[in-house]
Design a protein around this ligand. Structure first.
Ligand code: NAD
Length: 505
């Protein structure tokens, strides 16, 4: 069956997806472009300008000029804060457009795409407030010195983002980078460039000076847009979110320039359910944790470890609930899992489903949902009895596929939880708070949720350990990443040189 997805196609789309450089939407210098497809039909629906090194040069030059000669880096925090609040208001006023575009372009269910504008707006509000409340350290050495921290924006920040919840993840980097006075060049993911085209208009309307925000679309590899942004000598730091393998390449490419790097990478996060857990809450949350956002979520709890005494009951109830998750067209408000972003990604996820059939016991899903013979639709898929050496236990699938594994003791649960290359998130379900806290202290993950869904306050650090990332952003850690902290030392006493005696004598 082929679908008529034309009704879902937003009627206010631009003619073409362009770069945004120095306050203007522009084509690539060489005129190159690429097709963007919609994941329900996998047919091209719009063209996007394909950025090359010369487009990156132009965008970086615009950002550098704005930083060196424009008003933004020197503006008072209160002035910048006002613009950021306006940005937040405008983002929120475009929530309907954003949700429709995001859902059409990425295949996210429309109801889940709707939350993204609000969260993106909150990111701007949060940093707008944080920069006016920001204080810095001063140190007194009685009778001899006062030292203080002079916090400064760094310059041009390169922001490289993935295709999952693209607009919201872009806001996560844009808000602190701009709030602290930097200029930026954003390189959004090539699978989902549509919603990023909104930024130029939003920033212009909010009064952000020209050149502070620049956007270059296109691919990441050498000869395209991502690679030259990382290697550009005038780009002082790179904030990257994406796959761990890409993070390694970027790390290597940034090394000769000794750039500041922040890396939010992949995950294979455990959800650990002890026998004393509130089973209903744990099942609801772990269903949501891996099937929301189509399972295309870095913090997905994609390995569920269940204590053996409740294992059979858990698996049976979990499989039944997974089978009830509604797969459907992204624009349908009753849809819970939409279409995966791209046929290449769909093939990858389906290959793991096939691998899983040889590695575990399939208890739900395992193929295409009935009635969805085209497009990137996958049934919510559950494998039980998965051994820790299985690929579906070890490797990030980034789709609606989950591996369930039994354990006997707390020690075994911890060993299993830590038994992957990743360390992004962990979810623990138990009524025993002492055990929960001990487990949290010892699990290899940047973030832990105890008896909770993935709900994050914007003040908290966000990031992973091991192959899941480098550094933390979130709250004032983002302010630290996007600023230099220069130490200024003031002598209050005599000028004294401890080796050569008093100077001037
Ligand atoms: P990806 O690594 O393929 O691409 C991410 C971005 O990097 C894209 O914009 C791409 O064009 C660019 N890129 C690719 N090669 C590059 C290169 N050599 N130099 C510079 N840029 C390059 O990732 P993806 O498939 O778009 O996103 C999914 C991945 O992102 C998953 O692994 C997921 O776990 C991860 N992710 C992590 C977090 C987190 O916060 N830890 C959040 C969301 C997604």
């Amino acid at each position: 069956m082929s679908y008529d997805n034309s009704a879902a196609k937003p009627d206010n789309l631009p003619e073409k997806i362009l770069h945004y450089i120095n306050g203007e939407y522009v084509e690539s210098i060489d005129g190159d472009e690429f097709d963007v497809i919609d994941p329900v039909t996998n047919k091209p629906y719009i063209k996007a300008a394909s950025g090359k090194p010369e487009d990156i040069d132009r965008a970086v030059a615009s950002a550098k000029d704005a930083f060196d000669n424009g008003p933004w880096a020197k503006a008072l925090p209160r002035e910048r804060s006002r613009v950021l609040h306006k940005i937040a208001d405008i983002v929120e006023s475009r929530a309907e457009t954003l949700a429709a575009w995001e859902s059409f372009d990425s295949g996210l269910p429309i109801t889940q795409a709707k939350g993204q504008a609000h969260r993106a707006a909150e990111n701007f509000r949060f940093f707008a407030d944080l920069i006016v409340a920001q204080t810095d350290d001063a140190f007194k050495v009685p009778g001899r010195q006062i030292n203080y921290v002079n916090r400064k924006p760094i310059g041009v920040a390169g922001l490289i983002t993935p295709w999952n919840t693209p607009f919201m993840l872009e806001s996560w980097k844009l808000a602190p980078a701009i709030a602290t006075g930097n200029s930026v060049v954003l390189k959004p993911a090539e699978f989902t460039p549509l919603s990023a085209t909104l930024w130029g208009g939003i920033f212009e309307e909010a009064g952000l000076p020209k050149g502070v925000f620049n956007l270059v679309n296109g691919f990441g590899e050498e000869g395209f847009a991502g690679d030259p942004l990382v290697k550009h000598p005038d780009v002082a730091l790179i904030s990257f979110t994406g796959e761990s393998r890409t993070g390694q390449i970027i790390f290597g490419n940034a090394a000769p320039y000794l750039k500041g790097l922040s890396m939010e990478l992949g995950g294979k996060s455990p959800a650990v359910v002890f026998s004393d857990a509130d089973l209903e809450a744990a099942i609801d949350a772990t269903i949501f944790g891996v099937f929301s956002l189509n399972g295309e979520r870095c913090t997905a709890g994609s390995r569920i470890l269940v204590q053996r005494s409740i294992y059979d009951e858990f698996v049976e109830r979990y499989a039944a609930q997974a089978a009830n998750v509604k797969v459907g067209l992204p624009a349908d408000p009753t849809t819970e899992v939409g279409a995966l972003v791209h046929p290449e990604h769909y093939e990858k996820v389906m290959s793991y489903v096939e691998i899983g059939k040889t590695e575990g016991r399939l208890v739900a899903g395992g193929g295409r949902p009935e009635g969805f013979e085209e497009g990137n639709f996958v049934q919510p898929t559950v494998f039980a009895d998965v051994a820790p050496e299985a690929r579906i236990f070890q490797e990030e699938i980034f789709g609606p596929v989950v591996a369930i594994t039994p354990f006997d003791t707390e020690e075994e649960a911890l060993e299993l939880a830590n038994n992957t290359a990743y360390g992004l998130a962990a979810y623990i379900w138990t009524a025993d708070l002492k055990r929960a806290h001990n487990f949290a202290q010892n699990v290899d993950s940047g973030m832990v949720w105890l008896n909770s869904n993935n709900v994050r306050d914007l003040r908290t650090p966000f990031g992973g350990v091991k192959a899941s990332g480098l550094g933390h952003e979130g709250g004032y850690r983002s302010i630290d990443f996007y600023t230099d902290q220069q130490a200024v030392h003031i002598n209050l006493g005599e000028v004294h040189n401890p080796v050569f005696g008093k100077q001037g004598k």
